[in-house]
Design a protein around this ligand. Structure first.
Ligand code: ZN
Length: 103
């Protein structure tokens, strides 16, 4: 199985948790990452229509999608530090969204 030669994270581990062990992972798994990211983008497009959400909810969802898109391009462009900072923001938003029953 393919593993990062620096931190030992396997593709399977990454796929389950969406967390990479180190910045070398992005390089090692780049070929695998791209189709997954494309799939994620497809999904966010299809779930775009959320019925009856308030303005703040809509704003949060919009922000969440923007952050995901930013993280995706940061990953693909090799801006690893930025990607992990965005990861942190995304996690906080996910928490807020699930608290509101939006996820
Ligand atoms: Zn690694």
């Amino acid at each position: 199985m393919k593993r990062c030669d620096k931190c030992g994270t396997s593709w399977e581990q990454f796929y389950k948790t969406s967390m990479l062990g180190c910045e070398n992972c992005y390089r090692v798994f780049r070929a695998e990452l791209e189709p997954v990211i494309r799939k994620m983008q497809g999904k966010t497009r299809h779930t775009g229509k959320v019925p009856k959400v308030g303005d703040l909810d809509r704003e949060l969802l919009c922000e969440y999608k923007n952050l995901l898109a930013d993280k995706e391009s940061a990953m693909l462009e090799g801006r690893f530090e930025e990607a992990s900072e965005l990861d942190e923001e995304i996690r906080q938003l996910q928490y807020e969204l699930s608290r509101r029953g939006l996820r």
